[in-house]
Design a protein around this ligand. Structure first.
Ligand code: ARG
Length: 461
């Protein structure tokens, strides 16, 4: 049933009907649509805009419809224009003409943005908890690997020794900020738009504050044109989701590298790997590759919205109906990606010996040799020069710096003493970096504590 047959003399072309319809996408907001309508009708009753009896009939009708959709007794009709028309038509079908009073003082333009906000407020709270369980996995894995030394890289070249815990906690920090961005987006979208009407509110004595309170919004929107045509909150959400995927994608790239025969730092659990149909030996990191790949999809969703909105004059235009497909696709992708990645991380085997071996090569202690000389009184720039020459010498001999005898070292600088060997062991290199933010067990424990507090303080129950 159409909501707007009156001024038309002809039915809409079937193709146009299909083209115009958004129900396959917005059908998932049925609960929010009904909750919004319930709040609206309660307000209509309280303000004497519709008779109490009619309003109560609408309330029980909507409540029943909500239950029946949930139980699968009512199926959402895919030929409806959108979820708003479907619910209203179903209501009138169930309770009769009183159902036709529901839309008093309201438009689908303010209704759709209300529903989207309600839906996002719920889903983003779920997402916060999903991010927190991922943080918990990072925390557990980091706690298990405080002493697991691995090479840290810059330019994909071995740089300085760090620990696996330190590396994991870098992601811990990124996801803390990601969660913060979601919270910020939630704060700004917490404005109740209903009452804005199609674009210019209405002449009924509506009580918007009552509706906001009923639906647990922090405030009401202040400009009706803005309220019905704003999709900033969708873009902000997509931007935060893109950032999450970007972080997951970087992590995926590392997981893929670490799994290679060349690195061999980790082994994925069988439950999180896949085989090849032709090469029997293969164990592929498909989960990480798919997360990396799906990142492009979420970026695409963000670009869809930015492009969609850039040329739209005020106020509502039908272009905006396209927002939800991109939004829901991004949400689904992010939920699935974090959850699957979380399981992969939880079950991966860390090859501690190989990580350590990796840190032993590539002169990762060269900075510490220079720092040793500085502490003995050599200027850093001179020390840097001396160690550069030592490294070149070692490359030619195919050995590490600590394999040189004290005598050989003294040829490069008379400041070298027997204590050099202890000063440049992997353990010292890591443990002496006690600065806040560093890889030493002392600094990592501070990071762990901060992450633990963050998780405790941000859980939504
Ligand atoms: N289904 C539309 C959307 O998602 C809302 C309906 C507004 N349509 C209209 N012709 N005023 O944006």
């Amino acid at each position: 049933m159409k909501l707007w047959g009156g001024r038309f003399q002809k039915a809409v072309d079937n193709l146009v009907n299909d083209f115009n319809s958004s129900i396959r996408t917005d059908g998932r907001m049925f609960k929010e649509d009904i909750d919004g309508s319930l709040a609206h009708v309660k307000m209509l009753i309280a303000q004497d805009i519709i008779p109490k009896q009619d309003g109560e009939k609408i309330i029980s009708g909507l409540t029943e419809i909500s239950k029946r959709i949930e139980n699968g007794v009512i199926e959402i009709d895919p030929s409806s224009e959108d979820i708003h028309s479907f619910i209203e038509a179903t209501l009138t079908y169930y309770i009769g003409d009183e159902g036709k009073k529901l839309h008093t003082g309201r438009s689908r333009n303010d209704q759709v943005t209300l529903d989207t906000r309600l839906y996002l407020k719920k889903e983003l709270k779920n997402l916060i908890n999903v991010i927190l369980s991922f943080e918990e996995t990072l925390l557990i894995k980091a706690e298990e690997n405080i002493d697991t030394i691995m090479p840290g890289y810059t330019h994909m070249q071995k740089a300085q020794p760090i620990t696996f815990a330190h590396h994991l906690l870098a992601y811990g920090e990124m996801f803390k900020r990601d969660l913060g961005r979601i919270k910020d987006a939630l704060k700004r979208m917490d404005e109740m738009p209903l009452g804005s009407g199609a674009l210019a509110t209405s002449t009924y004595p509506i009580d918007r504050e009552m509706v906001a309170k009923e639906l647990d919004f922090a405030s009401i929107s202040l400009n009706s044109l803005d309220a019905v045509s704003d999709r900033d909150y969708v873009i902000e959400t997509l931007s935060a989701l893109s950032m999450i995927m970007m972080h997951l994608s970087r992590f995926s790239e590392e997981v893929i590298l670490w799994c290679t025969h060349e690195f061999s730092f980790i082994e994925l659990d069988d439950a999180y790997s896949t085989g090849s149909s032709i090469m029997p030996q293969k164990k592929n990191p498909d989960v990480a590759e798919l997360v990396r790949g799906k990142t492009g999809r979420v970026y695409g969703d963000l670009i869809t919205l930015l492009t969609l909105m850039k040329g739209i004059p005020l106020a509502y235009n039908k272009d905006m109906q396209e927002d939800k497909e991109a939004l829901f696709d991004a949400l689904d992708t992010v939920f699935l990606s974090i959850k699957t990645f979380n399981g992969m991380l939880k079950t991966m085997r860390i090859k501690k010996d190989n990580m350590r071996k990796g840190a032993l090569g590539g002169f990762t202690n060269a900075t510490d040799v220079a720092d040793y000389l500085v502490k003995k009184g050599v200027a850093f720039r001179n020390a840097h020069e001396v160690v550069g020459a030592i490294v070149l010498h070692c490359i030619n001999k195919g050995i590490n710096i600590e394999e040189l005898s004290l005598e050989a070292l003294k040829e490069f600088s008379s400041y070298f003493e027997e204590d050099i060997y202890n000063a440049i062991s992997l353990e010292t290199c890591v443990e002496e970096r006690k600065v806040i933010g560093g890889p030493s067990s002392k600094s990592v424990k501070i990071q762990l504590e901060a992450l633990k507090n963050f998780i405790d303080n941000n859980k939504i129950v």
